[in-house]
Design a protein around this ligand. Structure first.
Ligand SMILES: Nc1nc2c(ncn2[C@@H]2O[C@H](COP(=O)(O)OP(=O)(O)OP(=O)(O)O)[C@@H](O)[C@H]2O)c(=O)[nH]1
Ligand SMILES: [Mg+2]
Length: 373
């Protein structure tokens, strides 16, 4: 994805500038308050993959903990201000009140307010392009005549919104390469998800663990024995590249890791460097679906050093809203791979699909139901 940032005195102005230059397909990636106004970063899909995939990999950050905390606090402040202004704007700026309702519904589902606004901008633009509504024209009409003109087709408008949301969800439900590594916060479901995938993988599976917390290796050995797989002891991250090389007979090598309470620790840096030396590694960040946006954003930033490209989203049975996951995955350019919704191994895991994610985000009353109420 090619990205470009715009600086303008207001968010609106930056967005207009970006859309004029990059076209309607440009997606809003992130935004921040700058000294002279707002900086908004847009991305546009490129037809061709980059020649050197490594060049597209995220660069690991080396921020000190205090700097990180400071930036995080600033981000929270900016996000809260933007959320307030996007929420307030939504009702006032929409020519069709139902579009404002849909925007509010996305925000209620924990879709980031700016992303919700961007999605509804696109819906409104599609309606205008189709000649169904011209904004200036609409504003001059009464609400009832607008309804008549549209023959008020809720399903159609909601369908446009769903399609816009779906376009922003990237899916990759495959393990690519021979080595799959599972990283993530403590208790997010790394070990359980890995075992679910190990069971589904078939072929010769080798299980490894770098988790040295009391009982963790025993837990993995127990899993290996119970499910008839081989457990391969791994003393330290530094030994990973050689170990992977030596396991020539394995079809899959799955590596469990500890939840790093401080992902900037020396131990984490060692693992990051070992992963870098394993080009065949496919790294998954395992996160619980109920995490809120700010925590997810921080977690994604903190685990970026492990060069993960995909998320495994766990514990869907414990949450009704997936908006934060969709917003943060979209913001960070990460794909959603698998989702889990229970503790049973291997039953409670399945490949993610964009349709299901959209359904999960928008669960609850449809626009038609709300309007009837
Ligand atoms: N309800 C529910 N519980 C889950 C799910 N996935 C995992 N769990 C439970 O969450 C708890 C933590 O799961 P683990 O797989 O041990 O998590 P972990 O990330 O390996 O944890 P640490 O190794 O301690 O960092 C366990 O009790 C799991 O059974 C899920 O999809 N739904
Ligand atoms: Mg574990």
């Amino acid at each position: 994805m090619q990205t470009k940032s715009y600086l303008a005195t207001s968010m609106e102005a930056a967005m207009v500038q970006a859309r004029a230059e990059l076209g309607d397909d440009a997606l809003l990636l992130r935004s921040r308050k700058a000294e002279a106004g707002y900086e908004v970063v847009f991305g546009i899909e490129q037809a061709e993959a980059p020649a050197n995939p490594a060049a597209a990999s995220p660069v690991s950050t080396t921020l000190a903990a205090s700097e990180f905390a400071q930036i995080s606090a600033q981000l929270d402040e900016i996000r809260a201000a933007l959320a307030r202004s996007a929420g307030a704007q939504s009702r006032a700026s929409r020519a069709i009140p139902e579009l404002a309702n849909l925007q509010a519904r996305l925000i209620a589902a924990e879709i980031e307010p700016l992303l919700a606004k961007d999605i509804l901008d696109r819906v409104e633009a599609s309606l205008a392009v189709e000649g169904v509504s011209q904004r200036a024209d609409l504003q001059a009409r009464s609400r009832s005549s607008v309804r008549m003109m549209l023959n008020f087709d809720y399903d159609y408008i909601e369908g446009l919104m769903r399609a816009e949301l779906k376009r922003r969800i990237q899916i990759d439900a495959h393990v690519r390469g021979k080595l799959a590594v599972f990283v993530g916060p403590t208790g997010s479901g790394k070990t359980t998800s890995m075992m679910k995938l190990a069971m589904a993988a078939g072929g010769r599976v080798r299980l490894m663990s770098l988790d040295s917390t009391p009982g963790a290796r025993e837990e993995m050995k127990w899993y290996a024995q119970t499910y008839g797989m081989d457990f391969v002891p791994l003393a330290s991250p530094a030994k990973l590249p050689r170990m992977v090389q030596s396991l020539k007979d394995a079809d899959w090598i799955l590596l469990d890791t500890p939840g790093f309470t401080a992902p900037d620790s020396e131990q984490a840096a060692e693992l990051a460097s070992a992963i870098e030396q394993c080009p065949e590694a496919d790294v998954f960040l395992v996160v619980a679906g109920y995490m809120k946006s700010t925590d997810l954003e921080r977690t994604i930033q903190r685990y970026e050093k492990f060069r993960f490209s995909k998320l495994v989203v766990t514990k869907l049975d414990e949450t009704a809203a997936l908006g934060s996951v969709v917003s943060e995955a979209s913001r960070a350019g990460k794909k959603i791979s698998f989702v889990t919704d229970g503790i049973r191994i291997p039953e409670d895991i399945r490949p993610a699909t964009a349709d299901e994610i959209v359904k999960l985000v928008l669960g609850g009353a449809s626009l038609r139901e709300q309007s009837a109420a």
